[in-house]
Structures are given as structure tokens and as C-alpha cells.
Write a protein that binds this ligand. Sequence first.
Ligand code: HEC
Length: 131
Amino acid sequence: MTVKTTLAAALAFAMAAPVLAHADAAKPWEGGDPAAGKVVAQKCQLCHYLEPNKVKIGPPLWGVVGRHSGSVPGYPYSTAMKNYNHVWTPENLYVYLEAPMKVVVGTKMTFAGLKNPTDRKNVIAYLETLK
Ligand code: HEC
């Protein structure tokens, strides 16, 4: 191999690598299975109702996808959640649900999280049906 072709190969790799990395990590929160997610959501129901306007220990999860954090009227959110100031997009839910108490430090959602990425994407797909 000449210096020129080696350089060309290195360049081609350098340009392709980020594209490949992006494809591999492409939106892991998408494409979940709502039926499997419904089973995962049983864990949430210890503290959340899935119906509208029904407060348990936590705020209702009905309509949570696309809702602004801390925005259910009358629900006594922690200061941490009041200040979090994010929209619950599938991406933000995917990050939050892995370790709620690390993502929103001071939250009163005392749930260790869903460590399994497939559980997270499935539960998000199920939550998206609650509207
Ligand atoms: C041990 C009880 C408990 C469990 C289990 C639990 N949550 Fe929560 N959750 C809460 C509480 C309490 C809050 C309010 C947090 C605050 O104000 O800091 C909350 C808040 C949330 C929020 C923010 C809602 C908003 O209106 O901003 C989301 C999203 C959420 N929970 C999703 C889930 C999902 C999905 C599960 C199941 C995988 C789950 N939670 C399991 C207690 C729980």
C-alpha cells in the first residue's frame, strides 16, 4: 500500500466511523413492543395510576409522553421535579427511567429504575398508547 492509499483508507474510515456509530446507537428508545411494555408497567402501578386524573403516590401516567415534567395540576411534586423542566419525550423517558434518582436528584420517585434497555423501550411504547 502506498502512503496515499493508506491515507485515503484512514480518511474513509474516519468519515465512516461516526456514521456507523450513529447507526448502531440509533434511537434505542424507539420501536418498543407495547404489549411487552404493559407487563413492565405493572412495576409502575405500585405508585402510579395509568388512567387520567388519578393520583396515587405519583402523578397519573396517562398522557405522560409529550407532557411537560412536573405539570399535572394539583400534584405535589418535589422541588427537584418542579425544577427539572423537560418534556417527557421518549428519549428523556429512556434516560430518566434507567435511574430516576440519579437523573432528577432529589426526586421523590424512589424507584431504582429499569436497567434493561429493552424494558425501557417497551414501557415507553406502552406509555405512548395512554392517550
Ligand atoms: C415507588 C413509587 C414509584 C414507582 C415504582 C414509580 N414511580 Fe414514577 N413517580 C413516583 C413519584 C412519587 C413521582 C413524583 C416525583 C417527584 O415529584 O419528584 C413520580 C414521577 C414520575 C414521572 C414524572 C411525571 C411528571 O408528571 O413529571 C414519570 C415520567 C414517572 N414517574 C414514570 C414512572 C414509570 C414509567 C414507572 C415504572 C417503570 C414509575 N414511574 C415507577 C413514584 C414512583
